[in-house]
Design a protein around this ligand. Sequence first.
Ligand SMILES: NC(=O)c1ccc[n+]([C@@H]2O[C@H](COP(=O)([O-])OP(=O)(O)OC[C@H]3O[C@@H](n4cnc5c(N)ncnc54)[C@H](O)[C@@H]3O)[C@@H](O)[C@H]2O)c1
Length: 310
Amino acid sequence: MDKKVTVIGAGNVGATAAQRLAEKDLCDVVLIDIVEGVPQGKALDLIEAAPVEKHDARIIGTNGYEDSAGSDIVIITAGIPRKPGMSRDDLISTNAGIIKSVTEQVVQLSPDTILIIVSNPLDAMCQVAYQVSGFPKNRVMGMAGVLDSARFRAFISMELNVSVENTHAFVLGGHGDTMVPLPRYSTVAGIPITELLSEDRINALVERTRNGGAEIVGLLGTSAYYAPASAAVEMAESILKDKKKILPCAAYLEGEYGINELFMGVPVKLGSGGVEEIIEITLSDDEQAALQKSADAVQELKNVLKKLGV
Ligand SMILES: NC(=O)c1ccc[n+]([C@@H]2O[C@H](COP(=O)([O-])OP(=O)(O)OC[C@H]3O[C@@H](n4cnc5c(N)ncnc54)[C@H](O)[C@@H]3O)[C@@H](O)[C@H]2O)c1
């Protein structure tokens, strides 16, 4: 393979992302974790699946960073996930330290890489990686909107009994309780769902999307990983293949949507340059107010980071 993606954190999301990257034949994969044996064991297991899955991706599991040198993309999933009753924001002090140390090590050996952050609280962890890496803003982004939109799409397709492939959805804002699903921009075969569903039903789907992460934590006892891994890999694929997909991602805003110096979920164009463009769609007053409320919540986390000295 002529592309290399390093996945940091060989837990549920990281290992599943490594599997999807390899099985889609996108790149060689380096899987890194601090726990000895885990990345090596999972990598070996994936290597042994390759003859059956029919791919030739090289997969390395390791506790060091040497093999990650020259990565095209680094996906960071290291950190602790939520337990029932916890919010994403409860993870901030533990995960900020982890993201700081991981980013410092990544950038030494892959100074030109593109960082896709997955660890929570997402928007704040993007901020840490951005500050610590010193990378330009186009090379640091977070995965949340693709996942939240996929959840909204899954619920729309179940509600209307139509193929998920016909659905399209946009969920913007911070990756938390204040996320902003946009029904006007969410469609089935190009038809806005506002023309297909009653306001009550849309509100119910929006609410289920907002609580999509917590619903799974409640069932599983830990956070989701199949859909999160799929979402991170869709972003990586768009970058690796320079597809220039428009996807909702956490990007560093400098005035777009009236928001300054914060990572927030907005539609971006993802290509070989990373975040190549931030797309500004027209929002109603209510939608803009919801986005601002979400930005306020992300700003609060940024203030917490400052207090933590990160
Ligand atoms: N952005 C999203 O939409 C989204 C979705 C799901 C999960 N998450 C977040 O992703 C993170 C990972 O979730 P998970 O379910 O895979 O958790 P997990 O516990 O299964 O895996 C995390 C892994 O990180 C490793 N790790 C911890 N510190 C490390 C370090 N310094 N260097 C390398 N590895 C380290 C752990 O050993 C563990 O294997 C959590 O913070 C979770 O909240 C985000």
